[in-house]
Design a protein around this ligand. Sequence first.
Ligand code: ATP
Ligand code: MG
Length: 181
Amino acid sequence: MPRLFVAIDLPEETKDQLLSLREDDLPPGRWPQRAALHLTLHFIGDVPEAVARAYQRMLEGVNAPAFDLRVQGVGQFPINDRPRVIWAGVQNTGPLRALHEAVGGALEREGFRRERRRFHPHITLMRFRKPLRRGPASRWLSAHIDFHAEPFRVEQFVLYESDLQPSGAIYTKRAVYDLNS
Ligand code: ATP
Ligand code: MG
């Protein structure tokens, strides 16, 4: 069964800016490959191929405007405990929320049940199998709290298929959708 998610791709310059963060010391964790840096809009998970096709078709109906995205700040999940994930933040602006809603709504019409958790847009930078200790984590986070990348225009979103491998997930584009410009 394909494992799916819907995401926004990042320009190479934004990835450069994100990857420059790794030059700083952090306890060893797993950095995603450059190609794997993205902003997830909705995680769908494993679905039968027929359902994947229905979602793929339904997303063609998403009607949302292109917009500017700002990547800024860094943070951790879980928020109030030793981190397993460190991320770069994304300004949750009106057009981003509108796109998130439009994609969620389109998938729901095909039976998708979306997460009840509030949308917290982020770009995963590091994962730790064993949660980080608080000291090094909070030192790194406070050192980079002012991080920001150049804003960029989002003109498309992508339906991805994820193939989980021991060395890290491999993402393949199933479909790319244009926003209204
Ligand atoms: P790995 O699981 O091997 O660490 P990955 O998390 O990059 O790799 P997937 O698990 O297929 O690959 O996830 C694809 C995208 O969906 C990632 O952005 C991930 O953060 C997000 N995601 C995965 N599971 C969930 C979930 N349960 N809820 C919300 N987002 C999720
Ligand atoms: Mg995962």
